[in-house]
Design a protein. Structure first.
Length: 102
C-alpha cells in the first residue's frame, strides 16, 4: 500500500514539475492537493498515524539500540579473536616448519 501511495505521489510531482501547461495548471493542482490534505478524513488518518508513531517510537528506539549493541559486541569479539587466531596459526605453522627442518 505504501509503495502505491509513493508511486502516485511521484507521478503527481513529476507531472507538476514537468508540465508545460504553465502556472494556471500548477495552481489548479496545488489547490486540489491542498483540498485533499485538509480534508477531515485525511487529517483523522494523519492524527492516527502520528499517535501510533509517538506510541511506538520508544519501543523501536530501544529495539534498535539493543540490537546495535549486540552487533557491536559481536564484531568486537570477532576482531579481538582474529589476531589471536592468526598468532596461534602462525606459531603452529612455524613450529611445523622447524620440525621439518630438524
Amino acid at each position: 500500500m505504501r509503495g502505491k501511495i509513493l508511486f502516485v505521489a511521484g507521478l503527481g510531482v513529476g507531472y507538476v514539475l514537468g508540465t508545460r501547461a504553465g502556472r494556471e495548471r500548477y495552481e489548479q493542482i496545488k489547490s486540489t492537493a491542498a483540498k485533499f490534505w485538509n480534508d477531515p478524513r485525511v487529517q483523522r488518518q494523519v492524527d492516527t498515524v502520528e499517535t501510533f508513531v509517538k506510541d511506538k517510537a520508544p519501543d523501536v528506539a530501544e529495539f534498535v539500540s539493543e540490537n546495535a549493541k549486540k552487533v557491536v559486541s559481536q564484531v568486537s569479539s570477532k576482531k579481538s579473536a582474529t589476531p589471536a587466531a592468526k598468532k596461534s596459526a602462525a606459531s603452529s605453522s612455524s613450529s611445523k616448519s622447524t620440525a621439518k627442518s630438524s
